[in-house]
Ligand binder design. Structure first.
Ligand code: ADP
Ligand code: PHD
Length: 428
């Protein structure tokens, strides 16, 4: 069997859904097929905005209505008959979503992340319902599956951790029988706790969902349909000249994803590598084109890969009592970072100071400073970019660093990383 994953761009409007149906009909073959779909277009961002307004006690009716109209207008193009059951399902989902958005209550303050998951998950629920009915309409019989009942997670809201044993057992128990009958349509990004609450697997986590299903079903391949020709050596939205990798090994791909190549969610690769399931990154704009195959393979020389992370922040700590940076100091700093879920993208230490480059989350940064300021003097710079070049050479380093103010630099035999300023210094 195969797993196909369709992200936001591939389901963003009625034309995209017609293209999706075409891909399923022509590329799915006669095999068993499970489809994992993301929210349509930028719906998750829109729902985040609605949720934040609700939390702030502000009026969220307009953006909520815009999102409803966006989905209904796609449905109107796809389902001209108003008696189509899709409309009832959609109205029901929007009514449920509305119920999750009460005016902000003081006592729910600690539940921001939990309620976030209950709200933003509607993007995937809605899109998968539309895809389900549309494929039916096109004569492609399919079962709509609630992935929250199959991908069981803990309650680490917004970044839930999968209970692999439970998930694999239940998927293996139920899905082969359904797949033998017909195609399955389910949601990416979502999981569920053992007491029936919705969780999400981290932004852009639908690739990971698809990988979980592929792993549990021992799929022969996972196909991720994107708006690019495959995995390229740089984001074509940032770099004028890119090359496509025809094949890449799991290790190389996981490193690119880890450093920030947003084309694939970093958690996607490990489950596939564990079972040697190939991952195909394919273009939904040119479905028969080759794309990129990620598998067990090895290459000696690869084109340098450029990865850019925006909105970075460089934080440096020095002990207030002028002692050297010791393992004990580092332990304290790492603990605080872990508590606040601040991920280190790059780090460096000298005799009396320790510096990290991390994604800039203002509120979490201030909490970090509050926690550590008794022990450390802390300075930070924001408005930075982190550039990573894998398989670098002198020309590629020159291309990236030319004309930029470099704040931190590091290199191994294969990887070059540099933090540069992109905007005026923010006060610290
Ligand atoms: N190395 C890369 N190769 C290809 N695309 C990349 C790369 N790095 C970043 N991208 C970006 O990833 C985008 C596709 O991923 P994404 O937007 O997450 O798709 P979707 O949400 O539809 O699944 C491309 O449009 C491209 O701008
Ligand atoms: N819709 C979710 C999950 C996701 O993976 O989306 P996409 O496949 O469009 O990146 C998000 O935007 O975070």
């Amino acid at each position: 069997m195969k797993v196909f994953k369709f992200g936001g761009a591939s389901v963003k409007d009625a034309g995209a859904l017609q293209n999706l149906a075409q891909i399923v009909a022509t590329q799915g073959g006669k095999q068993e097929l499970l489809l994992v779909v993301s929210a349509m277009g930028k719906t998750t961002n829109a729902l985040e905005q609605v949720y934040d307004l609700a939390v702030a006690g502000q009026d969220f009716s307009e953006p909520l209505e815009q999102s409803r109209q966006y989905h209904l207008s796609i449905a109107n193009e796809l389902f001209p008959k108003q008696e189509n059951p899709v409309y009832e399902r959609l109205e029901h989902l929007f009514a449920q979503l509305q119920q999750q958005l009460p005016p902000y209550q003081e006592e729910s303050e600690g539940n921001y992340d939990k309620s976030y998951d209950q709200v933003v998950s509607f993007g995937e629920l809605i899109s998968s319902v539309i895809v389900h009915y549309f494929l039916q309409e096109q004569g492609i019989a399919n079962t709509w599956l609630d992935s929250r009942k199959y991908i069981q997670t803990d309650n680490t809201w917004r970044e839930a951790r999968v209970d692999w044993a439970w998930t694999e057992r239940v998927i293996k128990r139920d899905l082969p029988g359904i797949l033998a009958q017909q195609l399955v349509v389910t949601q990416g990004f979502l999981g569920g706790t053992n007491n029936g609450l919705t969780t999400t697997l981290g932004r852009e986590g639908s690739d990971f969902s698809a990988s979980i299903f592929a792993y549990c079903l021992d799929a022969e391949g996972l196909y991720i349909w994107k708006d690019v020709a495959g995995l390229l050596n740089a984001d074509p939205k940032r770099f004028a000249h890119t090359v496509r990798y025809r094949e890449l090994d799991y290790q190389e791909t996981v490193e690119m994803a880890y450093y920030g190549a947003s084309v694939i969610h970093p958690k996607t690769i490990k489950p596939l590598a564990n079972k040697s399931i190939p991952l195909y990154v394919k273009s939904f704009l040119d479905p028969s084109a080759e794309g990129t195959k990620i598998c067990d393979c090895r290459f000696d020389k690869l084109a340098p890969a450029f990865i850019v992370k925006d909105n970075q922040c460089l934080v440096s700590f020095s002990a207030k009592d002028f002692t050297f940076i010791s393992e004990k100091n580092l332990g304290t700093i790492f603990n605080a970072l872990s508590e606040l879920r601040l991920k280190i993208n790059l780090m460096q230490n000298s005799a009396i100071s320790f510096s990290i480059c991390t994604d800039f989350y203002e509120e979490r940064l201030h909490r970090l400073i509050d926690t550590l300021q008794d022990q450390f003097s802390i300075h930070y710079n924001t408005g930075l970019q982190l550039f990573t070049i894998k398989n670098y050479d002198n020309d590629s380093i020159q291309e990236i660093t030319q004309g930029k103010e470099v704040l931190m630099e590091q290199r191994t035999r294969t990887t070059f990383q540099v933090v540069c300023r992109t905007s005026p210094l923010a006060p610290s």
